[in-house]
Design a binder for this molecule. Structure first.
Ligand code: PMP
Length: 389
């Protein structure tokens, strides 16, 4: 059976060039980067080279602004706990209404510690309300956390405007750029971002590796205490094969970004248009233009996303009904309800995220099969209006 993978937001394959670059770090270059002998120095050089490549992708001023972590969740925890956790007088965190669960759940933790969490609303496309953000920032604000692009509906936020507001207010700005980095240009200085979360697997690097960009002069509390690696901010021997892989993935993403985006958009737009044209009562979630190049997110009236996913899976198509990180909960997506959808509408959504291995024949396969799937599911749905005989 033909298989079509359309869940690159859930996980990406490791680019073979990245995998080749990781190989020597298992059994050949195995020294501890903190050791003083030649084996250690060789490992430390590789570590610093990866750091430079990641810094380059983000246009960070110095490679030492990059702290390697075990992934995006750890980077975000380090950012928010590192800043809010050491704030003795400011007890307020501001986030947007469509942040990833790795941000919202850290905020819940702080709420239990007595913090106020202010949630700034978004419009129907998922763009943050900048006026509301401006009003929300106060002398009590310890941190603002707004994502770069939404991992579900693909909307790209006006990050530079958010950065201007936080800079004016003198409040640290953390940005979860996991979904954006490698797909669209990110410039931490231009965007006035103080801390930025990224993950390797979202750009065809290995899983379980990520990084936090921290601008010079920020003082944070570490999550992990130990040997003082990563300038004391993240103790523990670095995962060198993974970090080397992330470095190569970042270097390739920087070099190939334009070409990759053009390929993804050339598939995304016909996929979206093809579905909207062929399926009645189907609607695009997120903004038609200001969206990630690989994201198609469509909602269908009267049916459930899960039943569409299962039907697609039966014909070899892997798609998602929302973030893999929240798939264990039965709740409607907070992102979709925040953009104004009812619970029924939110549950009827299908997320397809494209990658470099997809081709037009994959799009065609979906377009050839999806309309009949939707029709069949609607015929069984008690919510769908019955056709008159
Ligand atoms: N933030 C966003 C926007 C994500 O999409 C994800 C998942 N890829 C994460 C954070 C968490 O990433 P990780 O599983 O690497 O910790």
């Amino acid at each position: 059976m033909k298989t079509v993978y359309l869940d690159f937001a859930g996980a990406t394959p490791v680019d073979p060039r990245v995998r080749d670059g990781m190989e020597p770090f298992y059994s050949e270059i195995y020294g501890n980067p903190s050791s003083m002998h030649s084996f250690g120095r060789e490992a430390a050089e590789a570590l610093e080279s990866a750091r430079e490549k990641v810094a380059g992708l983000l246009s960070a001023p110095k490679s030492k602004n990059i702290v390697f972590t075990s992934g995006a969740t750890e980077a975000t925890n380090l950012a928010i706990k590192g800043i809010a956790g050491r704030s003795s007088n400011k007890k307020e965190i501001i986030i947007s209404a469509i942040e990833h669960i790795s941000v919202t759940n850290v905020c819940r933790y702080f709420q239990k510690q007595g913090f106020t969490i202010k949630t700034v609303g978004v419009d129907e496309y998922g763009f943050i309300d900048l006026e509301e953000l401006k009003k929300a920032v106060s002398k009590e604000t310890a941190l603002v956390s707004v994502m770069y692009a939404n991992n579900e509906i693909g909307t790209i936020q006006p990050v530079r405007e958010v950065g201007a507001i936080t800079e004016d207010a003198g409040v640290p700005f953390h940005c979860d750029a996991t979904a954006a980095v490698g797909k669209i240009p990110v410039n931490v200085v231009g965007d006035k971002i103080d801390m930025l979360t990224i993950s390797s697997n979202d750009m065809y690097g290995p899983k379980g590796v990520g990084a936090l960009y921290m601008r010079d002069g920020l003082r944070t509390e570490p999550l992990l205490h130990g040997g003082g690696q990563e300038r004391g901010i993240r103790s523990g021997t670095q995962n060198l094969p993974g970090i080397a892989g992330m470095g190569t993935a970042a270097e390739l993403a920087e070099k190939e970004m334009e070409k990759r985006a053009a390929h993804l958009i050339s598939l995304r737009d016909p996929l979206i248009k093809g579905i909207l044209d062929s399926v009645p009562e189907s609607y695009l979630n997120g903004h038609p233009k200001k969206r990630l190049p690989n994201n198609a997110h469509i909602r269908f009236s009267y049916i459930e996303g899960e039943s569409i996913i299962l039907s697609l899976d039966m014909i070899g198509v892997a798609a998602a009904s929302g973030s893999a990180c929240t798939s264990k909960t039965l709740e409607a997506s907070k992102c979709l309800t925040a953009i104004g959808l009812s619970h029924e509408e939110a549950h009827g959504s299908l997320q397809m995220t494209l990658g470099p291995s997809n081709a037009m024949e994959d799009v065609k396969y979906v377009l050839d099969n999806l309309p009949a799937i939707i029709k069949r599911l609607r015929a069984m749905s008690p919510l769908a209006p019955r056709e008159e005989n």
